[in-house]
Each structure stands twice: as C-alpha cells, then as structure tokens.
Ligand binder design. Structure first.
Ligand code: CA
Length: 225
C-alpha cells in the first residue's frame, strides 16, 4: 500500500514517513500544498494524509479539487485545528477521516488500516487466498500451516496481490502501489520480486497448485482460478 503525506512541518512529515515505512507502507512526502496536489493527481495512492494549514494551497482546497477531478483516494486529515466546525468542514470537503494533533502514532496506523481495507476484506486484517494466509497486523505469513519468512518488500507485494485476489495486476500497477516515487524501479525488478515470492510460497509446496500466476503480456495474479 502506498501513502502520500502532505505536511509542511518537516519533523512531523519525516517521522510519519519513517513510522509508516516500518509498518511496510511505501511513503511519499510533499512539504507544500501544490506539490502535494500534483502528486495526488498524477500518482496512484491508496491513502493521502493531509495537513490543513499548508503553504501555497491549503488542505481543504486540495481535498475539494481532488474530488472535483474524480480522484477518490481515501483522505485522512491530520491537523492542529480541533474545533467541531473545522472537522465538519474537512469532512464536507470530501475527506474520509480526521485526526487532530497531537496524535498517537498507534491511532494513526489504526485509522489508516480502517481506511485502506477493501470491502471484501473488511472483516479483519487477515487476508486469505486458498491455503495462504497473511496477517497484516502481525506481519505473519503462512501456507498450509507452515510459517513463511518474507522480506518487508516481499510482504508488501504479497499483500497487494492478495488484496486483489484473482485480478490481473500489471507491473505498472504493482510498482505504483508497492514502491514510492523515489524508488525509481524498473519493470524487471517486479519480475525479480515475483520470482522470490514464488520460491517461498509456491515452490516448497509441491503437492499444491501454484498460487502466483503469470498472465503473459498482461501481468500477474494470485489465486487458483
Ligand atoms: Ca501545517
């Protein structure tokens, strides 16, 4: 999952980025409103964390303009403004949730998890495809009851595939949601990561059907179908 943080206070922005990266998210930061708006309108994010008081373009304006452009990425407003009227204004301008500063990082992460859940996975944070399970809170993966150790990027890639079980995902989509803007990765990097994942979740289970499928000319999908 890839998150954009639009926040002009560098210290806060950088500490959110660092914390979220430890939670396996790919994170981009914009320190000004117009840069944030640019990134939010041109890149694919799963969530935007948005400060309200920003240089150049304020948060409410960003929210409204994105919704007008038909960009429906979930937006979490993070701000020092705590009056009811401010919250109402924020939510009315198209934001999905609101958290006031100072905030606890744990609460921020809990709210992010709630916002990025897809409807079909809304019951809990455990993703399941056939006999493969991925626990997105405890970073635990197992197949047929056997624990599988994944690197942080392999975990993010597998989570992205599993959240879109049985859907074909292109390399471009995978890059957009699993790596951040600075990562500058090439399509064959995705191939390398897919190969590593297969080595861990398919190859050791010789009696089982492989779960990761290559759809020639299109991309990849996970599932038995
Ligand atoms: Ca600010």
């Amino acid at each position: 999952m890839r998150i954009l943080v639009i926040e002009d206070e560098h210290r806060i922005a950088n500490s959110i980025k660092k914390g979220l990266e430890q939670e396996r998210y790919a994170v981009d930061v914009a320190y000004s409103g117009d840069k944030g708006f640019d990134l939010a309108s041109t890149e694919e994010y799963d969530l935007i964390i948005l400060d309200l008081m920003l240089p150049q373009m304020d948060g409410l304006k960003i929210c409204q303009e994105l919704r007008l452009k038909n960009i429906h990425t979930p937006i979490l407003i993070l701000t020092a403004k705590s009056q009811v009227q401010d919250k109402v204004e924020g939510l009315n301008s198209g934001a999905d949730d609101y958290l006031t500063k100072p905030f606890s990082f744990e609460e921020l992460v809990a709210r992010i998890r709630a916002l990025v859940r897809r409807p079909k996975n809304s019951l809990d944070s455990l993703l399941v495809v056939a006999d493969l399970k991925l626990d997105t809170i405890n970073f635990f993966t197992q197949r047929s009851g056997q624990e599988i150790k994944l690197s942080s990027k392999e975990f993010s890639l597998l989570e992205y595939l599993m959240r879109h079980g049985n859907q074909i995902l292109t390399k471009e989509q995978i890059i957009a949601h699993v790596w951040n803007y600075e990562a500058d990765i090439l399509p064959n990097t995705v191939e390398v990561y897919i190969r590593n994942l297969r080595r861990k979740i398919d190859l050791p289970f010789k009696n089982k059907k492989p779960l990761i499928q290559t759809i020639r000319g299109f991309g990849y999908k996970i599932g038995l179908g």
